[in-house]
Design a protein around this ligand. Structure first.
Ligand SMILES: CC(C)(COP(=O)(O)OP(=O)(O)OC[C@H]1O[C@@H](n2cnc3c(N)ncnc32)[C@H](O)[C@@H]1OP(=O)(O)O)[C@@H](O)C(=O)NCCC(=O)NCCS
Length: 180
């Protein structure tokens, strides 16, 4: 599907086996976020081989309906992704979210759009219907926390000293949204 965010016409599509050919574009995307110091878990640049392994793993999970995944592209360039993955066993009613938008594409409503689409997809496609949407976020990640609150997530707890960032140990908020 094509959609315009400010002046940029982006293509938004679910990840599929075709994307196994696009590992180079994912490598550029993740490495751009890592170079920037984005407030994500990962902090080590990925090689093409590592990224290929990651794509294979995600494609498998999507096929098994354990994960839903959307990618936004500007031409071939990957500019955003969002996903929900079911947790396992006694926690499989919980689906955990991840989102990242590339620098230069933020603040145009893409994050909001991807979140609303992925929540619909998670309800429709995950093998185990989620009852709780959940995520973790650095306590100092203001744009992300504002986005999540706007999308109906609530902070339910804070776990201290979870993340090594800028020479400090940063706490993380746990945020949830009950799925109706
Ligand atoms: C967090 C992130 C996904 C937001 O995506 P985005 O496309 O910029 O967000 P949107 O343009 O859809 O904005 C949605 C809402 O988020 C909030 N927001 C976005 N940017 C903000 C900023 N710089 N400061 C404060 N709030 C901000 C606003 O409430 C905004 O709603 P509004 O436009 O109605 O005011 C994006 O900044 C990002 O990928 N950051 C780097 C990676 C990251 O931190 N991921 C989250 C890890 S938990």
């Amino acid at each position: 599907m094509k959609k315009i965010f400010r002046d940029k016409k982006l293509t938004i599509a679910p990840l599929s086996a075709k994307d196994l050919k696009c590992a180079r574009e994912y490598t550029d995307f993740i490495n751009d976020l890592i170079t920037e110091g984005a407030k994500l878990l990962m902090n080590k640049k990925q090689t093409l081989k590592e990224e290929q392994g990651w794509v294979i793993n995600v494609v498998k999970k999507v096929k098994n309906k354990e994960k839903v995944f959307l990618i936004a592209r500007d031409g071939k360039k990957v500019v955003g992704n969002v996903s929900f993955e079911s947790m396992t066993f006694r926690k499989n009613h919980i689906a955990r979210m991840g989102i990242a938008i590339r620098q230069g594409y933020r603040g145009n409503g893409l994050g909001k759009y991807l979140m609303s689409e992925i929540m619909k997809l998670a309800k429709k496609q995950l093998k185990v219907k989620p009852k709780i949407f959940q995520l973790e976020v650095y306590e100092n990640n203001k744009p992300a926390i504002a986005l999540y609150k706007k999308m109906g997530f609530k902070i339910v707890g804070k776990v201290p000293k979870q993340i090594q960032y800028g020479g400090k140990l940063i706490g993380e908020y746990i945020m949830i949204k009950e799925v109706k």
